[in-house]
Design a protein around this ligand. Structure first.
Ligand code: TYM
Length: 355
């Protein structure tokens, strides 16, 4: 039996302008991973269809997300940047996974519950089956590592469950075709086809919260632009948003434990810590006893220092949509080659005639 090569896959939905949560939760890590791994970074336009976007806007946000990947520093000569719909194998594998995954598993997904709300019966089948397509995104490359924010953890666990069930359901066939790879399950080594993907979740700012409500996730879809920091915001917008960010009336405390019941304060300290690459206690050692007016000014300066170079590069790249399109097209060619190799084997495993 052989072993699977480590490979990174991750994606972003083109449903709005990318924000600080996307940056600290995912994109920043993507950049460091490209040094040691082969990476596939995907603008998941098929997922975006679950929220019925206007077609023109979907195209615009798809290009903008790809430009953002480049602006943060992903090297498109070495790694694939592409849009999901160009690699049809994602959809093909998703169908097979729809036949592996159980309705009960999907029913437990908190993101579906949040998004469907009380209108569950009226939600699209696409929204319900979303995690199955997400598992296919990752496993069609047999990716081993997935850098995401904490909000995606449940979906990655589901991808592992699907992989596990597929491996088990087809274990004999996988073995007889000689397609098994070494996999450790507990203390045992077994032959499986799909790997058990590892989510890579940052320790600090795994979940960046809204600037208006520290109990809600910062999100592209929040109606108020003042709830989030967009990576493309100008310095004065950044300053205004941080000044207006909700806080409480107390000064900063001296330990992280005292932030527990202060969600907004906790969020701002977390953002500072993540940007400065230090832990929250170190931030508090420096700022304890200071009022938020002072801390906010210093936080805004740090945001400007870290985000403005990215925003300027994004602005430059957006002037050249033909270049962005060529990156997406090239990336899709690269991704399709790997995805098709996996699918040829999967079709054999499940019993589809081909060739
Ligand atoms: P999406 O587009 O909502 O977010 C993209 C990435 O940003 C992270 N993120 C956050 N991290 C911290 N704090 C926040 N407030 C915050 N908001 C978003 C997300 O965790 C994610 O890593 N389902 C995915 C897209 C997807 C995907 C995949 C990801 C589709 N297929 C396969 C990985 C692998 C999503 O909606 O991400």
């Amino acid at each position: 039996m052989s072993e699977l090569k480590p490979l990174v896959f991750s994606g972003v939905q083109p449903t709005g302008t990318l924000h600080l949560g996307n940056y600290l939760g995912a994109l920043r890590r993507w950049v460091t991973l490209q040094k040691d791994y082969e990476c596939f970074y995907c603008v998941v336009d098929m997922h975006a269809l679950t929220v019925n976007p206007v077609p023109q806007q979907l195209m615009e946000y798809t290009r903008e997300a790809a430009a953002m990947f480049l602006a943060v520093g992903i090297d498109a000569r070495k790694h694939a940047i592409f849009n999901q719909s160009r690699v049809f194998q994602h959809a093909e594998l998703a169908w097979i996974f729809n036949c592996v995954a159980r309705i009960g598993w999907m029913n437990r997904m908190t993101q579906f519950k949040d998004k469907a709300g009380k209108e569950r019966e009226k939600a699209s089948l696409g929204l319900f089956a979303y995690p199955s397509l997400m598992a296919a995104d990752i496993l069609v490359y047999r990716a081993t590592h997935v850098p995401v924010g904490e909000d995606q953890k449940q979906h990655i666990e589901l991808a592992r469950d699907i992989a596990k069930k597929f491996n088990k359901d087809y274990s004999r066939r996988i073995a007889s075709l000689g397609l098994g790879v070494d996999m450790s399950v507990g203390d045992d080594i077994i032959a499986g086809f799909f790997p058990m993907v590892e989510p890579l979740i940052p320790e600090i700012s795994m979940r960046v919260m809204s600037l208006r409500d520290g109990r809600k996730k910062m999100s592209k879809s929040d109606k108020s632009d003042f709830s989030r920091i967009n990576i493309s915001d100008t310095p004065d917008v950044l300053l205004r948003k941080i000044r207006k960010a909700k806080t409480d009336s107390k000064p900063l405390p001296d330990t992280e434990a005292d932030l527990v019941d202060r969600p907004e304060a906790n969020n701002l300290v977390g953002i500072y810590a993540a940007l400065a690459n230090i832990d929250k206690n170190t931030v508090l050692m420096e700022f304890c006893g200071k009022p938020f007016s002072i801390f906010k000014q210093i936080l805004a300066d740090l945001l400007v220092e870290k985000l403005i170079p990215v925003a300027l590069e994004l602005h430059r790249l957006k002037q050249d949509p033909d270049y962005i399109d060529s990156v997406l097209k090239e990336g899709a060619i690269r991704a399709s080659a790997i995805a098709e190799k996996t699918m040829k084997q999967v079709r054999d495993i499940v019993g589809f005639l081909q060739g």
